[in-house]
Design a protein around this ligand. Structure first.
Ligand SMILES: *Cc1c(COP(=O)(O)O)cnc(C)c1O
Length: 432
């Protein structure tokens, strides 16, 4: 049976998959079953940080696999503690402690549970636990029940109601709405400093600052979902530090996944080691005590060793700086085209979104009549030309290349993007 038939017969159809079956990859090059070569500017949705099959990652997997793969969190896993030390000392640079899991949704579940527990320890004036978490339009926090409930996108909720209660959705980047929404039951603000799935939307500095101030004033937790934008993707270990003007802000919790394992399943959470309150010296980072949370695979010797190797390589090869340089080049290039089909260029570092003129593109029968959003249509055209990218929403094409991307790779991707856009423009009816 061919791969397409195997899929339709045996795989739950929950993903809209492109008709490509990758079998092998190296660096930024990937080959499919038919031997066709692609330049990978999707990196498995911002995951393959070091490119495919990087020697440092392969070595870490091989060596740890020959030593100890799994033993459970009944015991002290040395590589897990070393990875946590690196996250605390090098990545965040503020006192804190880490928890490890296997995915982004699980990492956000941890932040949500942390907020709930915090709310139980400091009730509202009426004695009830404070349990309301504020999240924002076009956010994406995961697909488990709590994280899809946290995600303020109706299309993610549809069909799975009743949602987990305790989330309130506010417009992203709206300081006034945020100020007005905080009530006696509010316990946390959860936001992506740079929204990914929602179309690459960068939080405004005044918005992040207002959230931080409100959290201090009203005794709430400031939680950053850095699953997509963190760990070098935006050109800095900390995604929020690339927004500009909010480098000094220290959140109470951070979630990571995607790039942290370079393709090996791994998620993590950092919790700040700060006193629980003015009259409570216990640390926030000790709030999730023994028995309160866990996951069998979390921070296994193998996953932790790989995560450590990935972060060490990002540091040693100065990949944050590379993300800044190549990201700026890509941004300037596409901006300078002033292309009629590109309405906006957004993002930071190597987390870039190109907003298309979706209305004009869906007017094409091959796109609109086929019921395809413009983003997916253009991603398919790029794929046909050998360039892998990722759609975000209906109108945005994302470039999320591995952080090891070179200037030459960037030129190649730009040439394909330009050619596809120009060809598309030629095939469109003129604007009346
Ligand atoms: C991908 C993503 C998640 C969910 O991560 P999974 O590993 O798919 O569970 C959560 N938040 C953000 C910002 C993401 O980009």
């Amino acid at each position: 049976m061919n791969t397409a038939d195997l899929f339709s017969r045996y795989i739950v159809p929950n993903y809209g998959r492109f008709p490509v079956a990758p079998v092998r990859a190296k660096g930024l090059r990937l080959w499919d079953e038919e031997g066709k070569e692609y330049l990978d500017f999707g990196a498995g949705v911002a995951v393959d940080t070091l490119g495919h099959c990087h020697p440092a990652m392969v070595k870490a997997i091989r060596e740890q696999a020959e030593t100890l793969i799994h033993c459970s969190n009944l015991y002290r896993i040395r590589p897990q503690a070393e990875l946590a030390q690196m996250l605390v000392e090098t990545i965040v640079g503020e006192d804190g402690k880490c928890f490890f899991c296997n995915s982004g949704a699980e990492a956000n579940e941890t932040l949500i549970k942390l907020a709930r527990k915090y709310g139980h320890s400091r009730p509202a004036p009426d004695g009830a636990a404070r349990g309301e978490i504020l999240t924002f339009t076009n956010s994406f926090h995961g697909r488990t029940l709590a994280t899809l409930s946290a995600t303020a996108q109706p299309k993610i909720h549809a069909g799975f109601e009743p949602l987990v209660e305790g989330f309130r959705y506010l417009p992203f980047n709206d300081v006034e709405a945020l100020r007005a929404a905080v009530g006696p039951k509010t316990i946390a603000v959860l936001l992506e400093p740079v929204q990914g799935e929602g179309g690459i939307n960068v939080a405004r500095p005044e918005f992040v600052r207002a959230a931080a101030e409100l959290c201090r004033e009203r005794d709430m937790l400031l939680l950053f979902d850095e699953i997509q934008c963190g760990l070098g993707r935006c050109g800095h270990w900390c995604g929020w530090k690339t927004i500009g003007g909010v480098e000094d802000i220290v959140p109470d919790g951070i979630s990571w996944a995607k790039g942290i394992g370079g393709g090996f399943p791994l998620g993590s959470v950092w919790v700040r080691s700060r006193p629980m309150g003015a009259h409570d010296a216990a640390l926030l980072s000790d709030l999730l005590g023994p028995g309160s949370h866990g996951t069998t695979y979390g921070g296994s010797p193998l996953a932790s060793a790989v995560g450590k190797a990935v972060l060490e390589e990002i540091a040693n090869a100065e990949l944050c700086a590379n993300a800044v340089t190549i990201g700026a080049h890509l941004t300037h290039a596409v901006t300078s085209w002033n292309h009629p089909l590109v309405r906006a260029v957004r993002g930071r570092g190597l987390m870039l979104g190109f907003e298309l003129d979706a209305e004009r593109i869906t007017a094409l029968p091959a796109c609109g009549d086929a019921g395809k959003p413009a983003s997916i249509f253009v991603v398919s055209l790029l794929m046909d030309e050998g360039l892998l990218t990722v759609p975000a929403g209906a109108a945005v094409v994302r470039f999320l290349p591995p952080l090891v991307v070179t200037r030459k790779d960037a030129e190649q991707a730009l040439a394909v993007f330009r050619r596809v856009l120009d060809h598309l423009l030629d095939s469109l009816p003129p604007i009346p």
